[in-house]
Ligand binder design. Structure first.
Ligand code: G1P
Length: 288
């Protein structure tokens, strides 16, 4: 049956990138040749998602403009015979059926997810955090669908991380049931390393049963005084199964200036049109 809807939260302040995020949403910062948010929309549509809901806030209108059609621009390019540019412009506006909803107050990731309750209805959906960029792209979501179908469960993508990184992530306690598949028995949002039940960290891809909404509704503010999705998942597993998928390949965090730079360089090195030249340049710089 597959998963038809994906939700992308993009309402945050982007404080780590201030002051540029006063004027440009973090999700619109470029990663190589496209904005950060486009990576997860392409990832979703490549595995059968038909409708994408982006959670925005004030100051985020450029996201809507970017994915909208631009009649004047298109007719100008058409008149000038700029077919390749026209194709590029139309590709973006035809990527997916995208809907928007505003999170009026920013009370945490759990709270953001609750804003899409009526748009999602009673079906499972993907939640995709746009800062997380995956080397194996849609393969991660496809495996999550397979696990969801085999075990009739919600799924989180996880990766083993170093001890010093533990307090930056939601951590799961889990037991292996198959190759790269684990049943989750507990979750903690950003624990200190000594309190963490494992080194399996949630990375930004979730396949959620619609029951998550009633769980978020009952969840009290947790870490940082925010309504945490991790706490709502802890509530969900009291009655519904949650599995973790330990995905293969790398994942980059484009959500901090240093991580954004590393992601940009990694993608540029892999890209045939920029890779060889950049490698050459970096080698020269490193010898200085
Ligand atoms: C969020 C989640 C956290 C998860 C992380 C993945 O944290 O709350 O559980 O591990 O995304 O990137 P944030 O990075 O928004 O603070």
């Amino acid at each position: 049956m597959g998963i038809k809807k994906a939700v992308i939260p993009a309402a945050g302040w982007g404080t780590r990138f201030l002051p540029i995020t006063k004027a440009i949403p973090k999700e619109m910062l470029p990663l190589l040749n496209k904005p950060i948010i486009q990576y997860c929309i392409e990832e979703a549509t490549a595995c059968g998602v038909e409708q994408v809901v982006i959670i925005t806030a004030s100051g985020k209108n450029s996201i809507e403009d970017y994915f909208d059609s631009d009649f004047e621009l298109e007719s100008m390019l058409e008149q000038k015979g700029e077919t390749r540019l026209l194709e590029k412009v139309r590709y973006v506006s035809n990527l997916a059926d995208i809907g928007y909803i505003r999170q009026r107050v920013q009370l945490g990731l759990g709270h953001a997810v609750l804003t899409v309750k009526n748009m999602i209805g009673n079906e499972p959906f993907f939640l995709m955090l746009p800062d997380d960029i995956f080397e194996n792209k849609e393969f991660v979501l496809k495996e999550m669908i397979r696990i969801h179908e085999s075990y009739q469960c919600s799924v989180v993508a996880v990766k083993r991380i170093a001890r010093e990184e533990i307090n930056r992530y939601g951590i799961v306690a889990c037991k292996k049931v198959a190759e790269r598949v684990y049943k989750v028995s507990d979750l903690i949002e950003k624990p200190e390393a000594d309190e963490a039940p494992s080194d399996f960290a949630i990375m930004g891809r979730y396949l959620l049963a619609p029951e998550i909404f009633e769980c978020i509704n009952k969840t009290k503010p947790g870490r940082n005084g925010e309504i945490q999705l991790t706490d709502a998942l802890k509530r969900l597993i009291r009655h519904y199964p949650l599995y973790a998928y330990e995905f293969e390949g790398e994942r980059w965090d484009a959500g901090t200036p240093a991580g954004w730079l590393e992601t940009t360089i990694t993608l540029a090195l892999k890209e045939p049109s920029t890779g060889p030249r950049l490698r050459n340049y970096l080698n020269k710089q490193l010898k200085k």
